[in-house]
Design a protein around this ligand. Structure first.
Ligand code: LMR
Length: 397
């Protein structure tokens, strides 16, 4: 029967990993997959995480199942991180631990399918490619709303809001909570206010994906959009990932939140989330979520984690400035100034697939085919060489 299968399309992001590994050039650069690296190109384990892991190893008494909702202390911690400390007692918001942000997206997509089987799901143009696979469920249709303007490298807010105003209660709009992937172009707070207002007026269901909280302008600032919506609309879904901000990628730690009009309906949604998880993976994994809980519940460890997160964020901001300055200096123009304005791990360079290919073959620089590059993969010593290579392959050469 396997002969009926044809090979699937390679994943646009993961396809880079093997050729990079096999590349023998010593000066190759890995700016593809969204993983934070320090200035030595290493993805280290945060000190706060290491300490919490040691504590967990000492204190853990059993490996029995934790339950369908996962680690309840972890879920409370995530509620505080995403929605704010004041929201912890808000009984309109409840969520389950999920296997990574992707697992959270998937269970929430299933919930959406149960609530609105004929929904139209709107993704930003462009978006993280895996959104298409993770959010396709049942009969739902997937479309794009205008988001990025490649000319200005900013959000095309007029086109975006014009589209959103045409939507209604059968529409679901996926919003990147911060650090837009792949563009790096984000809404201002005033724009978040306006989009939240449109959601309240039209009744579309907001579906947030917040996977990079703390990587843009800081932990609190990056939550502005989600919190604004929570204060403005009646219902929303929020998928959260701890992969990046806790650096626990392989432990698969995420959270799926539902916010309903009242506690009663939220509780029913919460029961569905558990029921959906049971039907896909049964029980969530424990280790990473327990680590996050330990960090959050210990004032000293929490502060240490926040400091480590701020340091990662500052390094990315500094690299953004260095890159924009480097491009100005070497090209004499301002075409790449947007890199300093963008936030998060990524920016789209605006190169063609052929130019991206040349970066790889001629310079050993690996970025994604749509010209997304990962700022956090850059080492300061490589900034100049990267700038020269991009200018060499682009029309500014
Ligand atoms: C990325 O966009 O590179 C990350 O979210 C990792 C992934 O799984 O695609």
């Amino acid at each position: 029967m396997f002969e009926t299968l044809t090979p699937p399309k390679p994943d646009a992001i993961l396809a880079q990993m093997a050729p990079y590994k096999d590349d023998t050039r010593v000066d190759k650069m890995n700016l593809g997959i969204g993983v934070y690296m320090n200035d030595r190109g290493e993805t280290i384990i945060l000190d706060s995480v290491k300490t919490a892991e040691k504590r967990l190893l000492d204190e853990e008494k059993t490996k029995t199942y934790v339950g369908l909702a996962g680690d309840l202390g972890y879920n409370q911690a995530m509620k505080a991180i995403v929605f704010g400390e004041d929201a912890v007692s808000n009984d309109r918001i409840n969520g389950i631990q999920a296997p990574g942000g992707s697992g959270a997206l998937r269970v929430l997509a299933e919930l959406m399918g149960r609530m609105r089987p004929n929904a139209r799901v709107w993704l930003s143009g462009p978006t993280w490619p895996n959104h298409y696979a993770l959010l396709k469920t049942g009969q739902v249709e997937i479309g794009e709303y205008p988001y990025f303007d490649p000319e200005t490298c900013t959000v095309n807010f007029e086109a975006m809001t014009a589209k959103l105003r045409t939507l209604g209660p059968d529409d679901v709009v996926v919003l990147h909570g911060c650090c837009h992937n792949p563009t790096g172009a984000n809404l201002t707070n005033a724009q978040w206010d306006e989009v939240a207002q449109i959601a309240a007026e039209t009744g579309f269901l907001p579906f947030f994906d917040i996977a990079y909280q703390g990587f843009g302008d800081g932990l609190e600032a990056d939550a502005y959009g989600v919190r604004k919506f929570a204060d403005t609309v009646k219902e929303m879904l929020v998928a959260v990932s701890c992969s990046k901000n806790f650096g626990i990628y392989r432990d698969r730690v995420g959270c799926a939140f539902a916010m309903g009009a009242d506690a009663k309906t939220t509780n029913v949604a919460y029961a569905h989330l558990q029921n959906i998880g049971r039907g896909i993976y049964s029980m969530p994994p424990d280790h990473g979520a327990a680590v996050v809980r330990i960090i959050w519940e210990d004032a000293e460890l929490r502060q240490q984690w926040k400091n480590e997160l701020d340091a990662m964020c500052e390094r990315m901001l500094s690299l953004r400035t260095q890159l924009a300055e480097g491009f100005r200096k070497q090209s004499g123009g301002n075409r790449f100034d947007f890199i300093a304005e963008h936030r998060g791990m990524f920016s789209l360079l605006g190169l063609t697939p052929e130019q991206v290919e040349r970066l790889k073959t001629e310079f050993g620089i690996y970025i994604i085919g749509d010209s997304r590059f990962n700022i956090a993969g850059m080492q300061e010593a490589n900034v100049e060489r990267f700038v020269q290579a991009v200018l060499a392959v682009s029309s500014d050469a």
